[in-house]
Design a protein around this ligand. Sequence first.
Ligand SMILES: *[C@@H]1O[C@H](CO)[C@@H](O)[C@H](O)[C@H]1NC(C)=O
Ligand SMILES: *[C@@H]1O[C@H](CO)[C@@H](O)[C@H](O)[C@H]1NC(C)=O
Ligand SMILES: *[C@@H]1O[C@H](CO)[C@@H](O)[C@H](O)[C@H]1NC(C)=O
Length: 271
Amino acid sequence: MDGRRRRVSRSLFRFYNAFALATVLAATGCGGGDVGGVPVAADSQCPGDGCAAVRCPVRHRDDACPLGLVPDACACCPYGVCGLGEAAACNTADRPCADGLECVKTEDVGGGVQYRCACKETDPVCGSDNRTYSNMCQLNEAAAELGHNATQLRIQYRGPCQSAPFIRSAPKNLAGSVGHTVVFDCEVNGYPVPSISWRFTDTYGITKWLPGDDTLIAIQTRGGPDRFTVTSWVQIMEFKPTVHTGNYTCLGSNSADVVTASALLDVRKMV
Ligand SMILES: *[C@@H]1O[C@H](CO)[C@@H](O)[C@H](O)[C@H]1NC(C)=O
Ligand SMILES: *[C@@H]1O[C@H](CO)[C@@H](O)[C@H](O)[C@H]1NC(C)=O
Ligand SMILES: *[C@@H]1O[C@H](CO)[C@@H](O)[C@H](O)[C@H]1NC(C)=O
């Protein structure tokens, strides 16, 4: 499309918008209902066929709009319309999102474009039911589902609920080759994010913290790979069977609890 034609079609588009708006304002209480098979745009226009199809919420009925009322851009309803929840198909005309959500462009699996309500806050929150909600909107929706019991579910604090450490990936038993490198790893999840330490019990039953003073042992810990997860590695740079054979224990701890997972290191048998 060349520049001139684009300009022409843009002004036609503007004209159509102005026309639709005028129609809407002329009707006492504007249109409502479905946009039909037309792809939904975020700024889709108010229907020009009057407000007959719009079911206006009754203001004083609690359960009419579980997520609350939002101002009605099409001026169909005296008290506004029901706000939509997360992932609902939306537009800024007659399908607005509830408070705390915004109508954003998303791509569907088929490559098509859709507008859906998305929570403005993306961080998890801990509810008064000790459950972690992926964001504030999810908590609000859960509270709305409780209906008259909604006041029983509130935010307790921002961030996930405190949870005991959980071993996501435990160290595995290994058979090392003399003089070669051996690595154990351990992944722990929890909130607050746990810290990881390592203990070693040798073949005589003596237990010590790692790395101790062993210059051949290094420990590395880093955050991730997922949220609220930490990963740690014990690296034995030159495996000496008399010193390093034994039981390696990963300890994950936070303010809620301590968890452990163990693995054995032995000499690889020559076949
Ligand atoms: C939530 O957890 C706290 C601390 O563990 C506990 O005191 C409280 O009773 C729990 N509340 C619910 C609703 O389970
Ligand atoms: C509301 O709470 C009461 C008592 O706590 C319970 O009996 C009732 O089933 C709850 N209603 C809903 C919809 O959860
Ligand atoms: C390794 O150590 C842990 C913790 O001390 C213990 O629970 C486990 O039984 C030990 N494993 C073996 C095979 O000795």
